[in-house]
Design a protein around this ligand. Structure first.
Ligand SMILES: [Zn+2]
Length: 410
């Protein structure tokens, strides 16, 4: 059976691939595939496209040298509605314009894959065999799990946590109704600072440090985030020590023990088993793996920033289902608990960019993404984040603004 037909059978029965995100394509985009930004069976590759536009913006500011030295201040040369991108139009270096050959921007093209991280943290959409498991989890199993209490990464897995539970801040959403906007914003700030330090190779965070040692500290730099990223379950499941793994694995004397989780493991999980996600593959720390971990951390930042402009995720004064990007401050985070998935999905389609973004104090998601990649590349040192996060999210909204579905999304 041909590749496309196979996707068709797997994917057609679901109405929306992910529960809470600007849409992503069905499977990891292949950098060599000329159709990598195409909509397939109704799924738009919107995070991939926003990231491609951010890279084009960064390249436009630095076209004259092989290096990335200028911070983009505006992204004026892009068409937000385009579906082809010059940076991705040539698959071999012979076809590139001379300025592109060996340009530093080429190191970041694979961000169109890594931006998918919060939607697919264990890379099930990387392998054909695990697509059905992904769909079943997101559309059925995670929802059933949520009926019996809050969803958590250790008990229910990272995929469920990201779509319906404690990790929903990675999509700029609250994980339930009634959560103070300031609490969601705290998690967002701490996550962006944590991932920025990983992405920019700040020595303050050692990605090879033990996961439990790092997150289970009394006085943590990121106290609210630590409460989400760690609980006793990590130790109870022995994820922080060497272990043989499952019953069957332990019987096999030829298999190596599974390594203890490190800080980087969050970004280094590849669940290839088509049925079970109990044991996922990780790659040993080293230059190649660590560079992928740092890229996934950066991808998660871009994803969060981009999602924060979806009206289904946040209320930026605007309160309807039209997919628009409005460069206004966030006044409230939305929650998926009482949202209709089809109403939510309408808004996660490709947005129209409001003209007022040109003169707003708030960066649009493409300029914000381009700036983040620039600072990561320059390794700009910062206590929290290399630029004022209010330029993305607006000033912290009043705490009384508690999360809810939003009238247009019930
Ligand atoms: Zn998302």
């Amino acid at each position: 059976m041909g590749k496309r037909k196979w996707y068709f059978l797997t994917v057609l029965p679901i109405c929306s691939l992910t529960a809470s995100a600007y849409e992503i394509g069905v499977i990891d985009p292949d950098l060599k595939d000329p159709d990598r930004f195409d909509t397939e069976f109704g799924f738009e590759r919107n995070h991939e496209r926003m990231t491609a536009l951010a890279l084009e913006c960064l390249y436009a500011a630095n076209r004259d040298s092989k290096k990335i030295v200028h911070e983009p201040v505006r992204c004026e040369n892009y068409s937000p509605d385009s579906s082809t991108y010059a940076l991705f139009s040539a698959s071999s270096s012979q076809l590139l314009e001379p300025a592109r050959v060996d340009h530093a921007i080429n190191n970041y093209l694979d961000l169109i894959k890594h931006v998918r991280f919060p939607d697919d943290p264990t890379r099930m959409l990387k392998y054909k065999g695990t697509i059905p498991k992904f769909v079943e989890l997101v559309k059925v199993d995670c929802k059933i799990r949520k009926l019996s209490g809050p969803i958590d990464a250790t008990t229910d897995g990272m995929l469920c946590a990201s779509h319906y539970g404690s990790w929903q801040f990675m999509h700029a959403m609250a994980n339930d109704d009634g959560i103070k906007a300031s609490d969601t914003r705290k998690l967002i700030n701490q996550w962006l600072s944590f991932t920025y330090k990983i992405a920019s190779e700040d020595t303050e965070i050692d990605i090879t440090e033990g996961y439990c040692d790092y997150w289970d500290k009394k006085e943590h730099t990121y106290p609210d985030l630590a409460a989400v990223m760690y609980n006793q379950g990590y130790r109870d499941k022995k994820w922080c020590e060497s272990r043989c793994g499952s019953f069957l694995r332990c019987l096999n004397p030829f298999l190596d023990d599974l390594p203890p989780w490190t800080v980087g493991t969050t970004f280094n999980l590849y669940c290839k088993n088509p049925i079970d996600s109990g044991i996922c593959n990780t790659y040993k720390h080293g230059p190649t793996t660590d560079s992928q971990i740092r890229k996934a951390a950066l991808g998660s930042m871009l994803h969060l920033i981009q999602d924060s402009f979806s009206n289904a995720h946040t209320e930026r004064i605007v309160n309807d289902r039209k997919p628009t990007v409005d460069c206004k401050p966030i006044v409230r985070y939305r929650s998926y608990t009482h949202q209709s998935s089809s109403n939510h999905g309408t808004t996660d389609k490709w947005p129209t960019f409001s003209p007022e973004c040109e003169n707003s104090d708030i960066y649009d998601p493409i300029l914000a993404s381009a700036k983040v990649i620039y600072h990561v590349h320059k390794k700009t040192k910062s206590d929290l984040f290399p630029f004022d996060l209010n330029k993305i999210f607006g000033k912290n909204p009043t705490p009384e603004n508690k999360s809810e579905a939003g009238k247009a999304f019930e």
